[in-house]
Design a protein around this ligand. Structure first.
Ligand code: SF4
Length: 506
C-alpha cells in the first residue's frame, strides 16, 4: 500500500520506481511451543532463513514459509501444535499464493512421516538434530518435492555448533550440550533429543567471546542437563580434572573429561569475555549438581566464578522420596536440601526456582504434604508446577494413573497458592533495596506509567537473581542492554517496581 502512495507522490523518480519493481522478499513466521531450548532453536531457524533472504512476518497470514516448532513434553502441547497446523491448513487452502508449512522440534523428531497422515497440507517435517538443514529443506519443497522429512538423529558423539543470534541482543542462549541420559519415567525428552553430547570448552569459550564482541552481556547456557556437560565427550583435550571432593552429588568429571564448572571458570578468566556481565544456565539435574559446581557460587574473593549469576533453576519434581523413586529421579530429597543449604551458605542472596509435578501415580496426601514442606524449607522465588498427565511412550504411562483429576487439580491450586504466599514475602523483603537490573526491553504492560508521577515509558529487566524489575524512564533512546541500579519501591509475588538511582539513561 505505501509503495503505491509513494509512486503517485513522487511521479517518476527512477530510484523509487526501481524499488517498486523489486519483488518483496518472502517472509517467514515461526510459532514456538515449549522450553527455552525450543526458543533458542527458533532463533537459529530465523537466522538460517534470513541468510536465505527471507524476512520475518509480524502476522502468520503474511508469511510464505510457516514453521511450527513443537513440544512433546505433555500430550496437551502436542495437541496444541497439531491444532495450530489444522488452522494453518485452512488458511493455506483459502490463499491464492499458498504458503509452505512445516513442523520441527520434538514433535517432528518423534512423529516424523506419520505427521503427514495426521495433518494434510503439511509440506515438511524436521527434527531436533536437523535444524541446520532448513535451507535445503525449504529449497526441496519449493522445487516441488512433497512430504520432505529430515528427522534422523546424528548417531555420533560429536556436537559442534555456532550460536546464531537474530538481530542485536544483550542476551543470548548458548547451547552447550544436548540430549539426556537420565530417562525419568514420565519424560519423553531422551527419545526426542537423543543421547547426551557436549561441545568442547574451547569451542564454547570462542563462541561466547564472539557474542560478547557483538554486545551480548548475558549468556544462558542451555541443555537438558547442563551440569552433565562434558561427560563422554570424545573431542576434549586431555584436561586435568579439578580435585574432587563431592560429598553431596554422586558424580563429577572422570579423568580426562571436561565438566561444567571448568567451563564456567574458563569463560570467567578469558580476557575476551571480560565485558560479559552474567552467566546463567538451565536446566540441570540434582544428581549432577556437584559440590564443585556449588562452589562456583561463592564470592569471587573466595574462589567463586565472578560472572555466575546468583540464580539457580534446579528441578526437584516432588518432596517425597517415595514419589521421586517412582519417577526414576535417582536423587533423594535430603541430598537436595543439603545442596540448597550449602548453596545458601556460599551465596545467601541466590534466587531459586524449580519444577514440580503433582498427582503422579500413587501420590498420597502425605506425599503431597512432603512437597509443601519442601517449599517451606527451600523458599523458592518461583515454581513451575503441573498436574501429572501420562505421556504415551514413557514408562510412567504404563503405571495406573490413579490420582483422580479433581484431586490433582486441587493439589495443584493449593501448591500454587502456597507458593504465591512465599513469593510475595520474598519479593516484599526487597523493598528499599537497590538492585542491579539488565534492561531487556519495554514492558508489554505500560499501566504503571498511568499511575505514576513520573513520565516516560515502562522498561523491564532482571536482577542477577532473576527477579523481574519494572521502572519508568523518559530516556528518548533504547535502554536495551544497559545495566541500571533500581531502588525497589513496590512488589508483587511476580515482580518488583522501583526508580532508577544510577544508570546512563540520557
Ligand atoms: S532429566 Fe529427566 S525430566 Fe529432565 S530431560 Fe532428562 S529425562 Fe526428562
Amino acid at each position: 500500500m505505501s509503495e503505491i502512495v509513494n509512486q503517485s507522490e513522487n511521479q517518476g523518480s527512477q530510484s523509487d520506481l526501481a524499488a517498486i519493481a523489486q519483488p518483496r522478499p518472502d517472509r517467514f513466521f515461526i510459532k514456538t511451543f515449549g522450553c527455552q531450548m525450543n526458543v533458542a532453536d527458533s532463533e537459529r531457524m530465523s537466522v538460517l532463513l534470513a541468510e536465505q533472504g527471507l524476512t520475518p512476518a509480524d502476522e502468520v497470514e503474511d508469511a510464505q514459509v510457516i514453521i511450527i516448532n513443537g513440544c512433546t513434553v505433555r500430550e496437551k502441547a502436542v495437541h496444541k501444535a497439531l491444532s495450530t497446523l489444522g488452522r494453518l491448513r485452512e488458511m493455506k487452502n483459502r490463499k491464492q499464493q499458498r504458503p509452505i508449512i512445516g513442523i520441527g522440534g520434538c514433535v517432528g523428531q518423534l512423529d516424523r512421516e506419520n505427521l503427514f497422515k495426521r495433518v494434510p497440507g503439511l509440506d515438511f517435517v524436521f527434527g531436533t538434530d536437523t535444524i541446520d538443514n532448513l535451507p535445503e529443506i525449504i529449497h526441496r519443497v519449493r522445487s516441488g518435492e512433497k512430504h520432505v522429512v529430515y528427522a534422523d538423529f546424528d548417531a555420533s558423539m560429536n556436537y559442534s555448533t555456532e550460536t546464531k543470534v537474530f538481530g542485536f541482543k544483550a542476551q543470548a542462549f548458548v547451547n552447550i550440550m544436548k540430549g539426556c541420559d537420565k530417562y525419568c519415567t514420565y519424560c519423553i525428552v531422551p527419545f526426542t533429543r537423543g543421547k547426551e553430547k557436549s561441545r568442547t570448552i574451547d569451542e564454547v569459550v570462542d563462541d561466547v567471546a564472539r557474542l560478547v564482541a557483538t554486545g551480548v552481556r548475558e549468556v544462558t547456557f542451555l541443555g537438558q542437563n547442563v551440569n552433565s556437560f562434558g561427560k563422554g565427550n570424545p573431542n576434549v583435550k586431555n584436561r586435568q580434572p579439578l580435585e574432587l571432593h563431592n560429598v553431596i552429588g554422586k558424580v563429577g568429571p572422570r579423568a580426562g573429561e571436561e565438566n561444567f564448572p571448568q567451563l564456567l571458570r574458563a569463560i570467567d578468566t578469558d580476557p575476551r569475555c571480560q565485558d560479559l556481565k552474567r552467566i546463567r544456565f538451565t536446566s540441570s539435574h540434582p544428581l549432577d549438581f556437584s559440590d564443585e559446581l556449588i562452589e562456583c557460587y561463592a564470592p569471587a574473593s573466595q574462589g567463586g566464578v565472578a560472572r555466575l549469576s546468583p540464580h539457580l533453576h534446579l528441578p526437584v519434581q516432588s518432596g517425597s522420596n517415595r514419589v521421586l523413586q517412582k519417577m526414576g529421579r535417582h536423587h533423594q530429597i535430603e541430598a537436595y536440601f543439603s545442596q540448597m543449604a550449602r548453596l545458601r551458605e556460599l551465596c545467601p542472596d541466590v534466587g531459586l526456582s524449580t519444577d514440580l509435578i503433582v498427582g503422579f501415580p500413587s501420590e498420597t496426601e502425605e506425599d503431597f504434604q512432603d512437597t509443601l514442606r519442601l517449599l517451606d524449607r527451600v523458599q523458592f522465588d518461583h515454581i513451575y508446577a503441573f498436574a501429572y498427565s501420562p505421556r504415551p511412550g514413557t514408562r510412567a504411562a504404563k503405571l495406573q494413573d490413579d490420582v483422580p483429576d479433581q484431586v490433582k487439580n486441587e493439589r495443584l491450586n493449593h501448591l500454587l497458592n502456597y507458593q504465591q504466599g512465599i513469593s510475595e514475602k520474598l519479593y516484599a523483603s526487597r523493598i528499599d533495596s537497590v538492585m542491579e537490573v539488565l534492561v531487556e526491553g519495554e514492558a508489554k504492560n505500560q499501566k504503571m506509567a498511568q499511575t505514576s508521577t513520573l513520565t516516560g515509558r515502562v522498561w523491564t529487566g532482571k536482577t542477577p537473581c532473576n527477579r523481574v524489575v519494572n521502572f519508568i524512564s523518559d530516556s528518548p533512546r533504547s535502554l536495551v542492554g544497559q545495566l541500571v541500579s533500581v531502588k525497589v519501591s513496590h512488589s508483587t509475588g511476580f515482580s518488583l517496581q522501583g526508580d532508577v538511582v544510577v544508570g546512563d539513561l540520557q
